[in-house]
Design a binder for this molecule. Structure first.
Ligand SMILES: *[C@@H]1O[C@H](CO)[C@@H](O)[C@H](O)[C@H]1NC(C)=O
Ligand SMILES: *[C@@H]1O[C@H](CO)[C@@H](O)[C@H](O)[C@H]1NC(C)=O
Ligand SMILES: *[C@@H]1O[C@H](CO)[C@@H](O)[C@H](O)[C@H]1NC(C)=O
Ligand SMILES: *[C@@H]1O[C@H](CO)[C@@H](O)[C@H](O)[C@H]1NC(C)=O
Ligand SMILES: *[C@@H]1O[C@H](CO)[C@@H](O)[C@H](O)[C@H]1NC(C)=O
Ligand SMILES: *[C@@H]1O[C@H](CO)[C@@H](O)[C@H](O)[C@H]1NC(C)=O
Ligand SMILES: [Zn+2]
Length: 421
């Protein structure tokens, strides 16, 4: 390598000799690397990438307040994602995260979630390069995945309506616990559960997602929740953007013991490229990323691995993998590490297609099950914003409410009396 660098000092001997040496080596190197690049390009045009996680919609909200009319998604050089570079990176399908901050839990999470779905649905229909898809029968392009169970406000009907709007995956938590599942993060202790990382309502959410044919995503959940879901789900699940805990011990990553359970479940881990989860340091390069792929392959095989970049959702990415046009560099590194074309085709897209297919097959098997009417109890949600449209007697607790209820009861009594007459 030193010899190839034009500005490097070359040892004396015969100057002419080393010059020829350099030229020959340089041509050889360009030939080989040119060949490797062609091989990656050829492979990726036959097996274009399905990426498991991109937070573009979060940036659209933060930077532009979702005003799509004022921007050009073809070219957004201030962030890591735009249509031009998605093409350059051979990305053919992207799961776009529908994410709202945990601060919205028990407040306006549902409205904000709808607004994020709206901006993604608009983007994916207004730009001719995108196509919004909801099943594998169609050409794949934009897929919608909710990031964080707080978005459904503990309501299975809300979950079903999000499915109707095209959402095909949901991670059960973000950094906050929900009343029914636990986060890997220790930032928010609200709704912390002891020895019950998936409550009975949580199990109902899992069952309903199985019935709907929605992919269950365990990235961001605690390991306890992940294990409980792996025990309970009838369909394969994914970690849409998590890496290996054995390589970098960050709680967002997955330990080998859960990887093995994931393999039994026929599920998928889509490796997160965020530097902090890759090297556990502030810096990383493509070798560090490839180490995660090698390790996970060693533990559970290449047919359980995918890629879930987390572009736009994280701030630091490894050298050489800074934006959505750079995936070929990663595939090139795995080729150098002797990954076979079949294994690369699998991690680029075939594995994801298999999972989605199996999730939909399970949905088809469950076709005779009726929509779940399980409801969470008021004690479990502790949400003062919930309006309860039930007979007054069942829900009066606060003094204010009891006054209101007495009043309502009186009105009802009076109107009944009037009607009876
Ligand atoms: C993208 O935008 C930048 C600056 O906004 C401009 O310099 C560049 O030429 C544009 N590229 C394309 C392909 O339109
Ligand atoms: C939870 O489990 C731990 C260890 O198994 C035990 O020490 C603790 O008492 C349990 N807590 C509850 C609330 O059951
Ligand atoms: C999952 O199942 C295993 C084996 O049946 C059991 O040992 C474990 O306690 C279960 N874990 C949870 C969280 O349900
Ligand atoms: C990545 O960094 C490590 C040191 O942390 C180094 O050994 C390795 O060669 C680097 N890989 C690349 C592709 O630059
Ligand atoms: C890849 O395979 C070749 C030929 O079998 C071998 O020489 C080389 O050491 C292998 N490289 C790695 C990184 O395993
Ligand atoms: C309702 O409750 C709040 C706080 O508990 C109190 O400040 C307010 O006066 C109450 N209103 C009525 C009508 O009792
Ligand atoms: Zn995330």
């Amino acid at each position: 390598m030193l010899l190839l660098c034009p500005s490097c000092r070359v040892p004396h001997k015969s100057e002419a000799m080393s010059q020829t040496h350099r030229i020959i080596l340089f041509s050889l190197w360009t030939l080989i690397s040119g060949y490797a690049e062609d091989r990656v390009r050829d492979l990726m045009s036959r097996y274009p990438l399905i990426d498991g996680h991109n937070d573009l919609a979060l940036q659209l909200r933060k930077l532009y307040n979702n005003r799509l009319n004022h921007i050009n998604v073809n070219n957004m050089s201030n962030i890591a994602t735009d249509i031009t570079r998605l093409h350059a990176g051979h990305v053919q399908a992207q799961m776009f995260a529908v994410y709202v901050m945990c601060g919205a839990q028990d407040k306006d999470a549902v409205r904000l979630t709808l607004e994020q779905i709206d901006v993604l649905r608009r983007m994916c229909t207004e730009y001719k390069d995108f196509e919004l898809v909801t099943s594998l029968r169609q050409k794949i392009a934009c897929m919608l995945s909710i990031e964080g169970g707080h978005s459904i406000d503990s309501s299975l009907p809300a979950l079903r309506m999000f499915y109707q709007l095209g959402v095909r995956s949901m991670s059960l938590t973000h950094t906050c616990n929900t009343p029914w599942a636990e986060s890997s993060s220790k930032h928010h202790t609200f709704y912390q559960k002891q020895n019950n990382s998936l409550t009975s309502f949580g199990k109902a959410v899992v069952e309903e997602m199985n019935r709907l044919g929605m992919i269950i995503d365990l990235s961001h959940t605690s390991w306890g929740t992940a294990e409980a879901v792996l025990n309970h789900s009838k369909a394969p699940v994914i970690f849409s953007h998590s890496s290996s805990y054995a390589v970098c011990n960050n709680d967002r990553n997955v330990p080998d013991r859960l990887l093995k359970k994931l393999k039994n479940n026929r599920g998928l881990i889509m490796v997160n490229l965020h530097t902090d989860f890759i090297s556990c340091k502030k810096e990383a390069n493509i070798s560090h990323v490839a180490d995660h792929f090698d390790h996970i392959k060693k533990v559970i095989g290449a047919d359980s691995i995918g890629i879930g970049s987390d572009f736009e959702g994280a701030v630091r990415f490894p050298k050489g993998l800074q934006d959505v046009s750079k995936y070929p560099a990663l595939i090139g590194e795995l080729l150098r590490r002797n990954w076979t074309e079949q294994e690369l085709a699998d991690i680029l897209r075939q594995n994801f297609i298999r999972i989605f297919d199996e999730v939909e097959k399970m949905r088809d098997q469950l076709v005779w099950e009726r929509p779940s009417e399980v409801q969470i109890s008021m004690e479990e949600v502790k949400n003062p914003c919930r309006l309860v449209l039930r007979p007054p007697s069942s829900s009066c607790s606060s003094p204010n409410r009891s006054q209101l209820c007495t009043l309502l009861a009186l009105v009802l009594l009076l109107s009944n009396l009037i009607l009876l007459q």
